[in-house]
Structure formats: C-alpha cells, structure tokens
Design a protein around this ligand. Structure first.
Ligand code: ZN
Length: 422
C-alpha cells in the first residue's frame, strides 16, 4: 500500500482541489480523504506539492523499430515517467511504419514491458504511400488506438474522405498533420524568418491552414471525427473554431513549444528550434493560447521528437531533421508560459494534459477518484529549475536547455508503482 500525505489533490474531472491524503493499493486509488491513517503503508510526504492525475501525452515519437539510435520504447517510457507522464500514444512513422498487424504486435510487445502505459496509433495509409488505406478494423482489433500518417500530410482529398468514412464506421477517428507540400517551402522554418534571415522559402502558414480547412470541411460533410495535430497558426485556430461552430466533430491539440516560443528561437538555438510545423510569430503564439483558453483547443501534446546530436549538428541547418525532445519539459512549459503567465489556471492546464487527452481516446486515465487507476503525478508547481542537457530520453535536442522554467516532477506513479522519483 502507498499513502500520499498532505498534497494538494487536483482532479480536473470532478473539480476536486483540496489538501488531502490518497491511499493506493493493487494499482487502484482506494481512498481520497482529508486524513487517512494506514499502518504499514509506504508513505510519501506531498506537503506543498500538487497531486494530479498521471499526465497523458497523445503525440510521441519513440523511433522503434528502425531508428533506435534516436530513442527506443524503453528510453521513451523513461523520459515520459521523468516528465510526469503515465500514458503516451506513439506515432507510427517508424521504420517500417506501423501499417500492418505484424509490426503493430511487435511494437505492442515491446511497449508492454514498460511500467507506464505505452499505446500506439497505426498509419492511415500503407507505408505512408498516401493512397491505400491500411486495414483499420484488423489494426484496431490488434490494439491500435487510432490512425495517423503524422509527418507525411495526406495530399489526396479522396483518401482523406475514405479514411474518415472508414474511421467513422469503426467508431474511431483519424489524426492529421496539416502541411500541404504543394504550398510549402523548406520545412521547419517559418516563412518570415526563412526569408529575412535564412534567405530561403520556408514553411508557409497557408500550407497549414488551407489543408486544415479542406479536412475539417470533409469531416463536416462525412460527420466523422477528425483530430488536428499540433496546429500553429492564428488562422488555423479560426478554421477549427469555424468547423466546430458548424457542428463538425473536430478536436485539436497544440504542442508546448508553440505556446511558449516564436521563430526567433531559431536564431539562438539553431537546429534544436527547428520543427514541423515551425515556431511561428508572436501573433500566432497569442492566438493558440487564446484557442486553449476558449476551449477550441482541448489538448496539449508534446510531439516528442528525439534526434541524435550528430543529425542536428550539421553545418547546413536546412539539412537537420525537424523536431525536439519534449516529454521532460512539457509540464514546466505549461506552468511557466500558461499558469505563471496568468493565461490558464493550474486546473485548466491539468485538464488539457490529463483528462481531455484521455477522454479523446476513451482511456481509463486522466482522473483521480476512488476505484480509479493509481496513475498519479506529484510535482512542485512553484520551484524554478534550470533545464540542463541530462535527459532520461536518449536525445537532448531541446531548445530549452539553459532556460529556467517553473516546476519539478517529484514522483510519477503508474499502476500504483513509483516509476520515477526526484
Ligand atoms: Zn506531426
């Protein structure tokens, strides 16, 4: 038995926000009350700390199989636990891609060895070919939780429509990375700084919001649910809001980097600040925060994208891969740029990092209640910490190294077991 004493227990599902004790046994929370005494239980003193549901991240890249020099499922899970996450959803852009039941089963066998909940989507199209749908039904039955060709946007509107219809039939949804290659320049650099500083054609806003506008309207017409991944433009928030106002089943996530920073970070952090979609303008950063506040965007997801230092440290920055390691800074970025900045309450932040993403996938996660799962994150919300290059992840491609951020995870508990302690 595990007894968590005197923490500020915060549950976004019920609204509970009170100093309480939490008693855990056999992977479940068995009691939440102001004063619990239990002889023989292992005790955690959570005085001054927040006791929250284990964080849920529905967008991570763990690179297994195929690119395990960047990350593997084990180190990815360690990074998740260190960041306070107890449930993650992997993307399927591995090598090979997760497009068939056999590959899916291999990945899930590897994931089952971890002591946090590691789930995965499968691809929408076979090997990302953009044309032929995978066998959604077989993949769902084999344990895929959803579908995404994340990283390779679907150019064919016909395929998007077919995928939505198939997903709807099976009571699931597809998730889309929206950057139309036909409207884009070099990825990872927002068009403004690309032109002014790097003298290249960069990643345009229209590539994102035009493709998104097409897809939310296909969702509207098919009455299917579509989930928009890591949107980054002011116009994109308006597109999602408009589709929602029509009654379309459109949900959206945002990555912490997009509410924290702008394209200027490329000038100081180089390739570690290069990602898809890219960091944008201050007006875009403001707009995505407003989208979080208004509820148009309900989920914060990291897009944890580890890369090896040798791949990032190339002479020509346009050749460096896009993406940043994100699991171990996500909570702190939310605490710093949303809560401390007065944009969201701590409860609102937690809702977007626990209950909302869990609800999207119908996971038994993201809340604290008696008889509920003992997936719990205990953190200090106020302490300052200097981000250094020591990560549990294999990769250290973070543009936040050297920055002082709020918050430190103290314990991550999953299925009743302490899986991380600081
Ligand atoms: Zn993506």
């Amino acid at each position: 038995m595990l007894l968590i004493k005197n923490g500020r227990v915060m549950d976004p599902k019920s609204g509970l926000d009170q100093v309480c004790d939490v008693l855990v046994q056999d992977g479940k929370i068995i009691k939440i009350a102001p004063e619990i005494t239990e002889e023989g239980a292992e005790k955690i003193d959570a005085s001054g700390l927040v006791v929250a549901p284990g964080l849920v991240d529905i967008h991570v890249h763990f690179r297994e199989p195929g690119q395990t020099h960047k990350e593997d499922i084990h180190t990815g899970a360690l990074a998740a636990a260190a960041g306070g996450f107890t449930t993650v959803v992997m993307m399927a852009n591995t090598s090979p891609t997760i497009s068939d039941v056999e590959t899916l089963q291999e990945v899930l066998q590897s994931a089952a060895k971890e002591n946090i909940n590691v789930k995965t989507v499968a691809t929408i199209t076979k090997n990302f070919n953009g044309q032929d749908l995978t066998d959604f039904k077989a993949l769902l039955e084999a344990g895929a939780v959803g579908f995404s060709d994340d990283g390779i946007p679907l150019e064919s509107s016909k395929v998007v429509k077919e995928a939505m219809e198939e997903a709807k039939k099976l009571n699931t949804f597809i998730s889309l990375h929206e950057e139309d290659p036909g409207l884009n320049g070099i990825l990872g650099f927002n068009e403004n700084i690309a032109k002014e500083h790097f003298h290249i054609c960069g990643a345009t806003g229209v590539a994102e919001y035009a493709m998104m506008a097409r897809d939310v309207m296909i969702a509207y017409a098919t009455k299917a649910h579509v989930h928009i991944q890591h949107l980054s433009k002011e116009e994109s928030v308006k597109v999602v809001e408009f589709a929602q106002s029509l009654g379309a089943q459109v949900t959206a996530e945002i990555a912490p980097q997009h509410f924290s920073k702008t394209e200027a970070l490329l000038l100081t952090q180089g390739s570690n600040a290069k990602m898809n979609p890219p960091l944008r303008l201050e007006s875009d950063r403001r707009a995505v925060i407003e989208g979080l506040k208004s509820g148009v965007i309900t989920v914060i997801a990291t897009d944890h994208a580890p890369h090896h230092a040798d791949e990032k440290n190339v002479e020509d920055i346009t050749k460096a891969p896009s993406g940043m390691t994100g699991l171990e800074t996500s909570l702190s970025l939310g605490l710093t740029y949303l809560v401390e900045a007065g944009e969201l309450t701590l409860m609102e932040l937690l809702e977007k990092m626990t209950y909302n993403p869990a609800k999207l996938y119908n996971f038994e996660a993201g809340y604290l209640a008696e008889n509920g799962p003992a997936d719990i994150t205990i953190f200090d919300a106020k302490v300052d910490r200097l981000v250094n290059s020591h990560f549990a992840s294999k990769a250290a491609n973070s543009p936040f190294i050297g920055e002082s951020l709020k918050g430190q995870v103290k314990y991550t508990i999953c299925k009743g077991q302490i899986v991380y302690q600081n």
